[in-house]
Design a protein around this ligand. Structure first.
Ligand code: ADP
Ligand code: ZN
Length: 295
């Protein structure tokens, strides 16, 4: 049976796994994201212990270069100190002498959910993470969402009632885009407490649900996804998901005639079935895809 390497390359840690899927993880390590040379060096050391990897998949924080160009596989203009224009896929692929599958963290997680999780059998779905940042990906017509660059669903603009919510927003590029209003650090800045300690009855959650639902309304109208998977640390507040579903139905106001939205929304807007493993399993799924392409 073929064995793969998967790297969930995040802004705070790199999770690396060896295996062939959620039921077959043979080794796993978490490496802090420090400097590119230190972190990538430790990643290479970890995988060097495992011979006969058929391919390695990397699901990376971005923006990343997915185009057919000499800088394919790079992390590009990230504000993360030291990491801008890092040849992530190239350094790892050359050191390990393996084929590399490379995509955004959210496209990777979406591919993992498609192979093993909540999106099995679907050709059109959105995977959204709401954590330190907000990002979205998934499949359209059976293919990972790519384009000019890749989607930046966290940076869509949504209505911001500045009287009801005077908080200016956290995005360094757009201030009050969706991410600027609704990412974890925005909750901390607006309410003075980290999202994980805000109690379930705090008004933060009604506002948060509204912002998430406004963005989902736009994705539903744009891509007509068959399912929406919501991951990321902020979604761990248990009250949030039911509030998001209610707000989506209210905003769409019966316009889109689909049983999934009108009568089965609990199975339409869902958490990742792979849970916290969605990211690293997505990276393994990218490795499997890359291996199939070269075979
Ligand atoms: P990252 O986006 O860095 O990969 P996460 O998806 O874990 O990481 O998201 C981190 C964010 O999630 C932080 O802003 C944190 O405040 C928030 N968070 C973590 N746990 C919870 C929780 N139980 N409830 C609400 N928010 C949480
Ligand atoms: Zn933005």
């Amino acid at each position: 049976m073929a064995i793969y390497g998967g790297i969930e390359a995040g802004g705070t840690k790199f999770v690396c796994a060896v295996g062939s899927g959620p039921q077959d993880i043979r080794d796993l390590v978490r490496i802090p994201t420090t400097t590119p040379s230190e972190t990538i060096g430790l990643v290479i050391d970890f995988f060097s212990k495992h011979k006969n990897l058929s391919a390695v998949g990397i699901a990376a924080f971005g923006p990343v270069d997915l185009s057919n160009s000499p800088t394919w596989g790079y992390i590009t203009s990230t504000p993360k100190p030291g990491w801008a224009f890092t040849d992530l896929a190239g350094l790892i692929g050359r050191a390990l002498k393996v084929h590399v599958g490379f995509d955004t963290d959210v496209n990777g997680a979406g591919l993992g959910e498609h192979r093993w999780g909540a999106a099995q059998g679907l050709d059109n779905f959105v995977y959204l993470t709401i954590g330190t940042g907000i990002g979205g990906g998934g499949l359209i017509n059976g293919k990972l969402m790519h384009g000019l660059v890749h989607p930046e669903m966290g940076h869509v603009l949504i209505p911001h009632d500045k009287l009801a919510d005077p908080y200016k927003g956290h995005c360094p590029f757009h201030s009050d885009c969706f991410e600027g209003l609704a990412c974890g650090p925005a909750l901390l800045e607006r309410w003075g407490q980290p999202a994980e300690v805000l109690p379930a009855n705090h008004p933060a959650w009604a506002l948060e649900a509204r912002y998430i639902a406004l963005a989902l309304h736009n994705y539903i109208c744009s891509f007509s996804p068959q399912k929406i998977i919501l991951g990321g640390g902020v979604m761990e507040q248990p009250k949030l998901l039911p509030l998001v579903r209610q707000n989506v139905q209210q905003l769409l106001n019966g316009y889109i005639h689909a049983k999934a939205i009108e009568r089965d929304i609990e199975n339409y807007i869902v958490p990742p079935k792979l849970g916290k493993q969605a990211g690293v399993m997505g990276a393994i799924a990218l490795a499997i895809q890359a291996h199939k392409i070269v075979q």
